[in-house]
Design a protein around this ligand. Structure first.
Ligand code: ZN
Length: 564
């Protein structure tokens, strides 16, 4: 690869020497070659475009084509003296000027003096000014005079990354060519060619990482390749490339997005941790995730995503597989979250937290059903709902008030005339000791002395005989302590008397836990009734045809039943 003492950087070593070698700028090559073939070569050209896309290389190829000793054809021969000198940068008729360092009016005056003379050995004197937008205003004015009346033997080629900074007077006198960013597959193909020439073993995935690092610039991609080769030598491992270039393995992005869609919060957070561990910039990570989701969305939305996305065939295939199980809407909603998070990260002290929050939100997001699908489902449901019994809550609470505590069956829903009665049978209550008056007595006490009543509600009527009421309270309970108070007993006695029982002995007993024979207290009874009622309601709802149909149509389970 290297001769050990001198390493020529790849961008220089593999600089394109003919139009056919110029990757990614075919539109420029074709137009220039057509102009040469038809003998209509302009006096001044302006090459615009991002750095490293081939502007100065094209300028040199153009210069060689115009001055080649073998005649003006649409490719330089690259073997004649003129071609070789231009390649080496030693031609006396081709002036390459860096606009950034020779930007004064004196430099341009020198240039003007210089071009007065005829070319010494070739057809044209060719002036190439790189970064031409850096020239001073006076320098532009001086240049303009030459451009207005250019000598026949002079050609100008200007290159710039910022054409908007050029005066209109200059722009209007140039034939302009806009160079494109070089597409990923073209950069990869070029890197593969070079890898083969250099006898380097490297995977396509690694070449893609290197190419992506260049962001459309062939030169930057080659510089990244230099960096990788300097570290790895002739055999390049994927891991080394990722570490060296500070890029995330795209499989990790894929895994994180898969975890997001499958609702796997554990893997999402583990993925972020992994990214953080290698010291990767969180905002950049977020940007790459955004690109990943955007790629998925494009794949979902167009027929030929390969024409729009900068992806290798393998990457495209992988993403296509991943996109099968998600809808465009699902991707879009997550993309929105990430874009918002990314903008928040610019000023955040905790960028990792912002990514985590956004991804967790994206992970627990329920899948959205397209609105038309929902409407269709509701229509199906409406059809099914015709002529079916009313839901329980439409009838249950319209039942007449029941006695507070009676042995009669309760919660009997009144039947609709035309429909079968939705009767909910009361389960057999625990023995109430035959004291059906207890409920009425407690209600009486509640009305007169609410505090007293609230304690009695928790007591079980163990006995109610002539002149004796025996009330049991759970052992160790607050209510037992309250009820054992002499004053309490005396008050209950007064109440019993007032209720119409004459002189009554009140006896308070402790009920051991699990004492099954004790009748339920009113409080227990109410709780038990409520639970039973809810259970019955759940059963009834679950068995209702409309609910069954809704479950069939929408899927899902009944998690809660509420009366209203
Ligand atoms: Zn030649």
């Amino acid at each position: 690869m290297s001769n050990g003492t001198h390493y020529e950087v790849l961008a220089r070593k593999y600089r394109p020497q003919s139009f056919s070698e110029l990757a990614g700028q075919e539109h420029v090559s074709r137009t220039l070659q057509n102009a040469i073939d038809s003998g209509r070569v302009a006096h001044a050209f302006l090459f615009t475009g991002a750095r490293g896309v081939g502007k100065t290389s094209t300028a040199r190829i153009m210069a060689k084509t115009l001055n080649c000793e073998r005649g003006v054809t649409h490719e330089p021969c690259n073997v004649c003296q003129q071609c070789i000198e231009i390649t080496k940068g030693t031609s006396t008729d081709v002036f390459e000027i860096d606009g950034a360092s020779n930007n004064g009016v004196d430099d341009v005056r020198d240039l003007r003096d210089n071009i007065k003379y005829l070319p010494s050995h070739s057809r044209y004197r060719i002036i190439i000014i790189d970064e031409v937008h850096m020239l001073s205003t006076n320098a532009f004015n001086a240049l303009l005079k030459t451009l207005e009346e250019p000598p026949e033997h002079v050609k100008f080629i200007f290159a710039t990354t910022e054409p908007h900074k050029l005066p209109v007077t200059i722009l209007s006198r140039c034939q302009r060519f806009d160079f494109k960013r070089v597409t990923l597959p073209k950069i990869i193909a070029r890197l593969r060619e070079i890898a083969e020439k250099e006898s380097v073993t490297i995977t396509d995935a690694s070449l893609a990482l290197i190419a992506r690092k260049g962001d459309g610039s062939m030169r930057d991609s080659l510089t990244a390749f230099d960096q990788v080769l300097a570290f790895c030598g002739d055999t390049v491992s994927d891991d080394d490339v990722g570490t060296l270039l500070g890029t995330i393995d795209r499989r990790l992005l894929g895994d994180i997005s898969a975890a997001v869609f499958s609702g796997d919060t554990q893997s999402v957070l583990a993925g972020i941790k992994q990214v953080d561990l290698v010291g990767y910039n969180m905002r950049q990570f977020c940007q790459e995730l955004i690109e990943h989701f955007r790629n998925l969305l494009v794949i979902h939305s167009v027929k030929k995503p390969e024409e729009i996305l900068e992806l290798t065939a393998a990457e495209l295939e992988d993403l296509q597989k991943r996109s099968l199980h998600v809808t465009a809407l699902d991707i879009q909603r997550r993309l929105t979250l990430l874009i918002k998070a990314e903008s928040e990260m610019a000023y955040a002290s905790f960028p990792r937290l912002i990514v985590e929050m956004a991804l967790l939100k994206a992970t627990i997001m329920a899948p959205l059903v397209p609105i038309q699908e929902l409407i269709d489902k509701i229509k199906t449901l409406e059809t099914a709902a015709v002529h079916t019994p009313a839901l329980p809550w439409e009838t249950a609470r319209t039942a007449p008030a029941q006695p507070l505590y009676s042995a009669e069956p309760q919660r009997t829903s009144p039947a609709r005339p035309s429909q079968p009665a939705a009767v909910v049978a009361a389960a057999a209550p625990k023995p109430a000791g035959g004291h059906t008056d207890w409920g009425r007595f407690v209600a009486f006490v509640n009305e007169k002395e609410p505090l007293l009543g609230s304690v009695l509600e928790h007591g079980s009527p163990l006995k109610q005989e002539n002149g004796l009421i025996e009330i049991g309270f759970p052992a160790g309970s607050y209510y037992l302590t309250a009820a054992q108070d002499a004053e309490f007993i005396a008050d209950v006695q007064k109440m019993a008397c007032a209720f119409g029982g004459g002189d009554t002995v009140i006896r308070v007993k402790s009920i051991e836990t699990g004492f099954a024979d004790a009748p339920l207290s009113l409080a227990e009874k109410k709780k038990s009734d409520d639970e039973q009622h809810l259970e019955e309601l759940k059963q009834e709802v679950a068995n209702h045809p409309v609910v069954k149909e809704a479950q069939r149509v929408f899927g899902g389970t009944i998690t809660d039943v509420r009366e209203f």
